[in-house]
Design a protein around this ligand. Structure first.
Ligand SMILES: Nc1ncnc2c1ncn2[C@@H]1O[C@H](COP(=O)(O)OP(=O)(O)OP(=O)(O)O)[C@@H](O)[C@H]1O
Ligand SMILES: [Mg+2]
Length: 323
């Protein structure tokens, strides 16, 4: 579909009845962010930045695969790399991101309050106390996903992207309303999967959904590029993969046909960090899960980095003998 044949959904978002070239979107046309410089030198890239930030959706087909864990660490990593970032909980009625970031007691207003004009964005944004440039917008705990409207979500995202370089959406699993709204406006989608067949099969459905039902897909080429989709494999255990007890990275790449943006090892530190209210990436260099998330952030920002923690650790002579 071209810009001149907008869908009903996109038409309903119009602020004017005139047709493109002056496109009628509230959230600016996706091509506005398609030529962002990808170097990691944030200060030099800011002046060349396009008019709005990128919307990055962390999504999955299957639930419980590590989306919220990853959204918290990814957003934190972007801010640590000097990129102003807001991470938004889209899991309406079942929010969790505030716990992962340790801000649950500071939530007063949420996404739906902003959407309904019951508060302004400043009142709802929660700045992180440890990382400069990192903010969170909570999901509503009392009102469910039916409170979301396409026009309302677009307005809030438009305001967020005018202030942040990256807006990271922690989507609920699957294709119900919250997930559909998160996916619809995204510029990048990070598909989170565990190394198991059911997780991959459900991810495959999401990939198809994003390819055909996002706003970028509806506008179509050459108007804008399609959503850039990448795969984040979490809870990877190289020993089990080598023993063929779980899928290996190559299996998943082959099954899903997406580039791998990161592989996060199975780690006991993840749950400990969640309970302490800090993203696992904050454990810093030397912690495998934290390193894996930082590598993922760097790849996302355009650096080439080898995958780490994807082969079994060599077992020492003494460990082999004495266990
Ligand atoms: N790398 C990891 N190693 C060990 N456990 C992990 C890892 N990543 C996530 N987990 C665990 O997996 C569980 C689910 O994580 P999380 O809540 O982030 O998933 P989710 O995809 O957001 O779930 P939902 O679909 O319910 O929103 C949590 O118990 C978390 O601690
Ligand atoms: Mg979640």
């Amino acid at each position: 579909m071209t810009t001149t044949t907008m869908t009903t959904a996109a038409k309903s978002l119009s602020t004017t009845t005139t047709s493109p070239p002056h496109h009628p979107f509230v959230l600016s046309h996706p091509s506005d962010v398609d030529h962002r410089p990808t170097s990691t030198s944030s200060s030099s890239s800011t002046s060349a930045s396009p008019r709005r930030g990128r919307v990055v959706c962390i999504t999955s087909g299957k639930g419980g695969v590590g989306k919220t864990t990853s959204a918290a660490s990814f957003a934190c990593g972007l801010a640590l790399r000097g990129r102003p970032t807001c991470v938004v909980d889209f899991d309406m009625g079942l929010r969790n991101l505030d716990i992962h970031l340790g801000v649950e007691r500071r939530v007063v207003f949420d996404f739906v309050h902003v959407l309904n004009g019951e508060c302004n964005l400043n009142q709802a944004l929660i700045p992180d106390r440890n990382v400069d440039g990192l903010y969170m917008l909570a999901a509503s705990q009392t009102r469910d996903k039916d409170a979301l409207t396409l026009g309302g979500v677009e307005r809030v995202l438009s305001e967020l992207t005018s202030r942040f370089e990256y807006v990271v959406l922690d989507s609920p699993a699957g294709i119900e309303s919250g997930a559909r709204h998160a996916m619809y406006f995204c510029d990048d989608a990070i598909l989170v999967t565990n190394p198991e067949l059911s997780s991959c099969r459900d991810a495959d459905k999401m990939i198809g959904f994003i390819s055909s039902r996002s706003r970028r897909a509806e506008i179509g080429q050459p108007g804008c590029l399609s959503v850039s989709q990448t795969l984040l494999i979490t809870r990877y255990d190289p020993v089990r993969a080598e023993a063929e007890e779980t899928l290996a990275i190559t299996d998943m790449k082959e099954l899903l046909g997406l580039p791998v943006i990161g592989v996060v090892p199975e780690s006991r530190d993840v749950l400990t960090c969640t309970n302490l209210g800090k993203p696992v990436i904050s454990l810093g260099e030397g912690n495998p899960a934290a390193d894996a998330y930082m590598d993922m952030v760097d790849r996302f920002l355009g650096q080439e980095k080898e995958l780490r923690f994807v082969t079994p650790e060599p077992v020492s002579f003494f460990k082999r003998i004495f266990g």
